[in-house]
Design a protein around this ligand. Structure first.
Ligand code: TYM
Length: 362
């Protein structure tokens, strides 16, 4: 076990995001903003998962551009290449290799039952059967909404690759938003399954899900998470968006009936605005509720717009400085790759020995 844990002084943190254009305020509040605070007390690995990104067809030039832009956004949000390894998934040998090994220990039915897979398949016009008695057969009912669409197997395999991302670094903890909880559960199950089959190898990683802001919702439909793939882009805020555009979207956010400003199940719109404000200012929601007694929804929206604009202003300014330095960004990725690969190779070779492969020479 010692050679795997590598006698680290600090706990190891691994987390990643898909390079899909601009980061949303959901990515920022639920994830990246918190990662920045973890860098002093942990050994951090922050990945940009370009392999996950091609489960949806991407234009090659656009994907490369998005990957570099994501790195610049990571840096603008405070991730520091002096302290942490910032790397691109496809650069590091081991992610797909380990995913294959783990996939051979994952029943098909487990993947078919993953919530995100079912959601994505249903967007393509398929329904995945939940019939437990079907012996886990792949049973898609075609709704004929999109006759040309097909569900690629990468989409199904996605959570196994994500488990490999995590286990390849033997991470102690994985900071993510609420939507990744089920994927994290699979990573934990696979770590235990491998350990039971081949003896202690992997840490069983703990999810780290923030108390406030783990699920930032759409401003237009606050029962759904804020997501860049949302058809109604008025509900999605981006960290590089102009102040005018941010304010316009926040002012037209859907609110709830009644006038009270408090967090409640029957007030998803107001709850979301309070959560955003609370997370960005580090002020407890209760304190905000007290502050807004007797205020109008319009006042709350104006204030939230101010808070969001001011929180994102330095991020946008730093991004503008960083993105023009392509050589500097590429150097950071090279350094990050080397640091990530050094750790990944040790874990990968341990896995290779355990399953009966010969060790891979670097
Ligand atoms: P991705 O790229 O969709 O999102 C990156 C991070 O942002 C969080 N997040 C949110 N948090 C709060 N509210 C929201 N509306 C919101 N939207 C996104 C996500 O929870 C995530 O933490 N499968 C992952 C990427 C991945 C990964 C990994 C993560 C691949 N391998 C290994 C951790 C460890 C994803 O698509 O995240």
């Amino acid at each position: 076990m010692e050679d795997i844990i590598m006698s680290d002084q600090k706990p190891v943190i691994l987390t990643c995001a898909q390079p899909t254009g601009e980061m949303t305020l959901g990515n920022y509040i639920g994830a990246v903003k918190n990662w920045a605070t973890m860098q002093d007390d942990n050994q951090c690995y922050f990945g940009i998962v370009d392999m996950h990104a091609i489960t949806v067809r991407r234009t090659p030039a656009e994907l490369r551009k998005a990957t570099l832009s994501f790195l610049a956004q990571y840096l603008a949000c405070g991730l520091d290449p002096e302290k942490s390894a910032l790397f691109v998934q496809s650069h590091v040998i081991g992610h797909t290799e380990l995913a294959w090994v783990l996939g051979c220990m994952t029943p098909l039915g487990e993947l078919q039952r993953m919530t995100q897979f079912k959601e994505k398949a249903s967007k393509l016009g398929f329904q995945v059967s939940e019939d437990e008695g079907s012996n886990n057969d792949l049973k898609f009912t075609h709704e004929s909404a999109k006759p040309q669409a097909s569900v690629n197997s990468g989409l199904l395999y996605y959570p196994v690759l994500m488990a490999a991302d995590i286990l390849l670094y033997n991470a102690d903890s994985v900071p993510v938003g609420e939507d990744q909880r089920q994927h994290l559960e699979l990573a934990r199950d696979l770590a235990e399954r491998f350990n039971n089959a081949y003896s202690e190898t992997f840490m069983v990683p703990d999810p780290y899900i923030p108390k406030v802001g783990a699920r930032v919702m759409s401003l237009q439909d606050p029962t759904r998470k804020m997501s860049k793939s949302d058809e109604n882009q008025n509900g999605v805020l981006y960290i590089l968006e102009s102040p005018d555009s941010l304010r316009k979207k926040i002012k037209s956010a859907v609110t709830d009936s009644g006038t009270e400003i408090r967090v409640a199940d029957d007030k998803p719109g107001i709850s979301n605005l309070l959560t955003i404000s609370s997370a960005l200012q580090d002020i407890p929601v209760q304190e905000l509720e007290e502050r807004y007694v007797g205020s109008s929804y319009a006042t709350l929206k104006e204030d939230v717009a101010d808070v969001v604009i001011e929180a994102l202003r330095p991020v946008r300014e730093r991004y503008e400085e960083i993105i023009s330095d392509k050589a500097g960004l590429e150097k950071i990725l090279k350094d990050g790759m080397e640091r990530a690969q050094a750790r990944a190779f040790k874990v990968l070779n341990k896995v290779y020995r355990k399953v009966g492969f010969f060790e891979r020479v670097r």
